[in-house]
Design a protein around this ligand. Structure first.
Ligand SMILES: C[S@@+](CC[C@H](N)C(=O)[O-])C[C@H]1O[C@@H](n2cnc3c(N)ncnc32)[C@H](O)[C@@H]1O
Length: 419
């Protein structure tokens, strides 16, 4: 362990500004990177040992950093893991200042340590909750990094990824992530295996299989939709009717039929018009087989929303009280494009909601994207209110599908409307 890492284990209590801040600043000013990992320290020590024993240099030292090549245990991880459980408010302020300094010097917020944990996971373990100043500071750093990266990319969204172990440049560590059901950061993302989830063209040509409890891709066994989400769909369907007393005069749109769970809830409220937009041929066949085309109040928009909704916009005849979005194999960039369409199709008092799996395989990423959506829809004069629901009883064990796409045991249900 380096002196920097040692300092962050809080050897001296109480944690005082006078003791810790100048020392931390000294180490960082002297050139120790704020992203210096325990794995790099171990690699350095190994090299030194080899040198002193006259052994040949390792061929690729940067790839053999530490025992676990896939982890990056950063100074922030050491700080979070060492946070005293009996920390008082004054000490907390000092630690917050230390976090600020580390971020100022380029500390990354989304690295995964040797225990496969983010700094956020560790803070939560050390009895900081998601509202605590330290956790909030971390989320803030994630939001800033993501928005900055978008600017640097000329508006294109790059995605969070915690899967770049050798990369210690905080800007570059924020990578592609929203690659499977509804845009979540994929920690063990493999492009070949997951082309279906990542690439819409591939997905639309992939055969699907309906099972009792799920809709999956035939070859890859990727979960497109699963019935554990039924409760979420029920809650969402209610949100779509901003005037609950007048559901039968409402016109609603659901983008992405899947298993038709939300559409069944929507139908139960007997809306005036119920539009369903669906792109996959196998799902469209299921919609036909199950008689949705025969329902008087149902209109099926066949094709990708990118095509069918723009046509509705051009026609300018239909406006919606409620719009729901839940697709597969799309990215957050698609959602940004969708916002443009939503504001044109929704009534002034209408409501937009979506299946919120953004970043949901890591609570830290889930919180970062919770904020990013607020900011993005805010640019259209819309407000995103979240209601948090516990998912303890709903979440599946993920045995039957290849990848879990939701690992938080709570759900942020978004309700978006004009301010
Ligand atoms: C997760 S499922 C929707 C589940 C649905 N909410 C339910 O309650 O069963 C996603 C659906 O979106 C469809 N889809 C994916 N991309 C689409 C696009 N660009 N336009 C329209 N539908 C799309 C998929 O074929 C799939 O049927």
């Amino acid at each position: 362990m380096s002196e920097l890492h040692s300092l962050l284990t809080f050897p001296d209590r109480p944690i005082s500004k006078n003791y810790y801040v100048p020392k931390l600043e000294h180490f960082l000013k002297s050139g120790i990177p704020a992203t210096y990992t325990l794995e790099q320290v171990a690699a350095f020590e190994r090299e030194e040992r080899n040198k002193s024993e006259g052994k040949p240099e390792e061929s690729k030292p940067e790839e053999s950093s530490g025992d676990d090549k896939t982890s990056n245990t950063t100074p922030l991880h050491v700080l979070a893991r060492s946070l005293p459980l009996d920390i008082n408010d004054e000490e907390l302020q000092v630690v917050l200042e230390m976090m600020n300094i580390l971020f100022e010097y380029g500390a990354g917020w989304n690295f995964i340590d040797y225990e496969d944990k983010t700094v956020g996971d560790l803070l939560l373990e050390r009895q900081q909750n998601r509202e605590s100043p330290l956790y909030r500071r971390l989320v803030e750093a994630g939001v800033s990094a993501e928005l900055l990266l978008r600017k640097l990319n000329g508006g294109d969204v790059e995605f969070l990824d915690t899967d770049e172990p050798e990369n210690n440049d905080p800007e570059e560590t924020i990578q592609r992530a929203f690659e499977s059901k509804e845009q979540e950061p994929v920690v063990s993302y493999n492009e070949d295996d997951d082309a279906t989830a990542a690439n819409q063209q591939v997905y639309l040509q992939t055969k699907l299989e309906y099972r009792d409890e799920a809709l999956i891709t035939k070859d890859n066994k990727d979960g497109v939709m699963m019935d554990w989400e039924t409760k979420i769909m029920e809650i969402a369907s209610k949100t779509l009717f901003p005037n609950p007393g007048a559901t039968n005069s409402a016109t609603v749109l659901n983008i992405g039929f899947g298993m038709g769970i939300i559409d069944t809830f929507i139908q139960a409220q007997n809306p005036h018009r119920h539009y369903i937009c669906e792109a996959h041929p196998d799902v469209l066949a299921k919609i036909r087989e199950d008689g949705w085309y025969e329902k008087d109040n149902v209109v099926i928009l066949e094709g990708r929303w990118q095509d069918t909704l723009n046509q509705l916009l051009d026609e300018g005849e239909v406006f919606f009280d409620g719009i729901y979005y839940d697709t597969f194999s799309e990215h957050y960039q698609d959602m940004l494009d969708l916002y443009d369409v939503i504001v044109g199709l929704i009534k002034p008092d209408g409501v937009f909601s979506f299946f919120n799996g953004l970043g949901a395989d890591r609570s830290l990423c889930y919180d970062v994207y919770k904020k990013i959506v607020e900011i993005d829809v805010g640019n259209y004069g819309m407000i995103c209110d979240y209601t948090t629901y516990s998912l303890d009883e709903q979440l599946p064990d993920w045995n039957d599908v290849k990848r879990s796409y939701f690992n938080c045991n709570y759900y942020y249900h978004p309700r978006i409307a004009f301010a």
